[in-house]
Design a protein around this ligand. Structure first.
Ligand SMILES: *Cc1c(COP(=O)(O)O)cnc(C)c1O
Length: 376
């Protein structure tokens, strides 16, 4: 069976974990956490990088930093993972769902303006499959209205918009190192802060509402309770694992991109015959090869394709279910009458093919042959 995903070990993970354990300091913000922070700040130009235990946690920190209150509205795509919106719902926000683009799962930036009200506090663009949303458009709408932008960059490590690293453009951004992402630590995440005014409070919120980070830097002589907060920082064991992955980032990315390009080249044949649509990389975006997906014509066709692949020992999987039609949304706000047809189309028609470091070009060729077979 060719699995859909297989977590990749770069080779140094256990060595670094052993070092962390033997150092006698295995709680957070030690040697390996600092190495990771420096890596992200230097490579991607984030003003401040803070490791968290998940992308979900980084998003929850963002909601706390923006002081999201009951009654506030947050604009987010409907075609996304629940954490994108849950983090804000936890603070009492109402989510205003934005449709995807007709040809891309990313939110349609041109529609955001019509969704803004006096209550809008934030926009949360999700870079689906690691491909950039139209950030110039999103930032200019946000700046016009004094609204904050939180990039859900969970899938977007090492990906760029007009030459700028994703996660460095919004006021805040959240990354994931869950084992299904390009760079992993089992569970893990990162809050990137690009607006100085959030840095001091972010450190406090992350450390249970205390100014312990300042204390460790010797900036205050004792630390205490100064704000609300929680425990958002990972242990050194996780940071050690992550640092091993970061050292191999270029190699991991090169391999994933070559596999992605092979899929794209092989399947162009059936796209040209009009059977499926392949991922579109906008001019302003790079492709970090987080995911290779195809878009079928309808739900039945997709179900048939997934079953055909499974019968041939290959695991392909569909993805999100439009959140504006979710059971929770319906329970809270009643059956909604908004129509987000593009989000619904991707809900029914998008299927993701296996993509992981150890996948071989031969396996990609085999998967593509099997897809072609289904369309003959
Ligand atoms: C993976 C993912 C998340 C959640 O990441 P965790 O680290 O598991 O919390 C959030 N948003 C998107 C778009 C994701 O792909």
């Amino acid at each position: 069976m060719i699995p859909f995903n297989k977590p990749y070990l770069s080779g140094k993970e256990l060595t670094y974990i052993k070092q962390a354990v033997e150092s006698g300091k295995i709680s957070g913000d030690g040697h390996f956490t600092k190495l990771c922070h420096t890596y992200f700040e230097q490579k991607y130009g984030f003003k401040k990088a803070l490791l968290t235990t998940s992308c979900t946690d980084a998003l929850e920190m963002a909601a706390l930093l923006l002081n999201i209150q009951p009654g506030d509205e947050v604009i987010a795509p409907s075609y996304t993972f629940v954490s994108t919106v849950n983090a804000f719902v936890l603070r009492g926000a109402k989510i205003v769902f934005c449709d995807s683009q007709a040809g891309h799962p990313n939110m349609d930036a041109g529609k955001i303006r019509t969704l803004i009200t006096k209550k809008t506090k934030a926009i949360v663009p999700v870079h689906y499959a690691g491909m950039a949303c139209d950030m110039d458009e999103i930032m200019s709408v946000a700046n016009e209205h004094g609204i904050f932008v939180v990039e859900d960059a969970a899938q977007a490590i090492d990906s760029y918009y007009k030459g700028k690293p994703l996660g460095s453009i919004g006021h805040l951004a959240a990354f994931s190192f869950h084992e299904t992402k390009n760079i992993i630590s089992g569970e893990g995440g990162l809050l990137a802060i690009n607006d100085d005014k959030f840095i001091e409070r972010a450190e406090i919120i992350r450390e249970k509402g205390t100014n312990r980070s300042k204390f460790f830097r010797g900036e205050v002589d004792k630390y205490g309770w100064v704000d609300i907060g929680s425990s958002f920082l990972p242990s050194e064991i996780i940071a050690a694992f992550l640092y091993a992955q970061l050292e191999s980032l270029d190699r991991i990315q090169e391999k994933r991109i070559s596999l992605w390009n092979l899929y794209n080249k092989n399947l162009a044949l059936i796209e040209n015959k009009g059977f499926v649509k392949l991922p579109h990389v906008p001019d302003y975006a790079t492709n970090n090869a987080h995911m290779f997906y195809i878009v079928c014509n309808n739900l039945n066709e997709r179900t048939g394709l997934i079953n055909h692949l499974k019968a041939n020992d290959m695991l392909a999987v569909f993805h999100y279910l439009s959140l504006h039609k979710s059971p929770y949304q319906e329970k809270m706000y009643g059956k909604n009458d908004i129509e987000l047809i593009n989000s619904d189309t991707f809900t029914d028609c998008l299927v993701r093919l296996p993509l992981y470091y150890e996948l071989t070009p031969e396996e990609v060729n085999l998967i593509c042959k099997t897809v072609e077979q289904y369309y003959h």
